[in-house]
Design a protein around this ligand. Sequence first.
Ligand code: AMP
Length: 274
Amino acid sequence: CFIQMKILLNNSDLNEALHSVSNLGFVPTMGSLHNGHISLIKRCLKECKETIVSIFVNPNQFNNKYDYKKYPRNYKKDLSILKKLNVNFVFFPKKNDVYYYKRKFPIKINLNDHILCAKFRKGHFEGVLDVMERLTKIIKPQKIYMGEKDFQQLYLVKKHISKIFKSKIISCKTIRDKNKLALSSRNLLLNKAEISKAGKIARDLIFFKKKLIKKKNYKTLLLNKKKELINLHNIKIDYLELRNISNLKSTVQIRKSKLFIAYYINRVRLIDNY
Ligand code: AMP
């Protein structure tokens, strides 16, 4: 049956709307919604009595001004998507709604976790953990739905949030297009040729990871694959690494591992894992 979606523009709207809600599922996003987000939202709708989606392009998690400025914003389209999905609440906070109090202690990422994107994007995950703590505090959801596409984010948020709140983090599979490119709001910044290049890279790495099962000497194979991708596609690669999925430690074992990549096509940074 049809329900009227409530648009919450600030904390008092939110508190008023949520005061009697139990079994609430939360899908945090930065908007420019695509089928990746939609799969999280559909799962939330199925598993929770009520669903809230937030749209907030969090300035504090961008380590690069250009990236923040260029980040795609499509609020009108987002709203119409959310309405059609029958989401109960959409939260559109302003910066002051999220950052209305000062933290007592700054967020610190463990030295062991200064790997992958934490190594290449200084301050990024500190910004992510801070905003996730703030949103969870305001919204108090039973469950929070997040994508494996951002695997390291999921890993760090799970660790951080479970220390403070009862909210459960639910991890959701990566949604890809027909060429295997992981959906991402940043794909909107790529032209057709670049989209097709990114799809080729994804298919290449999915196949490469499968073949690793029978091989030895991963370090050299990974290094060679990195060089090959750079030469073939004229891209800049931050990292291409095999890591254990439960602790993100470097590994040479294919079991319970994922292959992680971050790279730039022109100035657009893409990440994925296989
Ligand atoms: P973002 O709007 O990029 O911050 O993403 C919001 C949430 O959607 C995060 O939990 C992401 O991991 C998730 N997400 C983004 N892209 C995908 C995708 N292709 N498949 C599944 N989840 C995704």
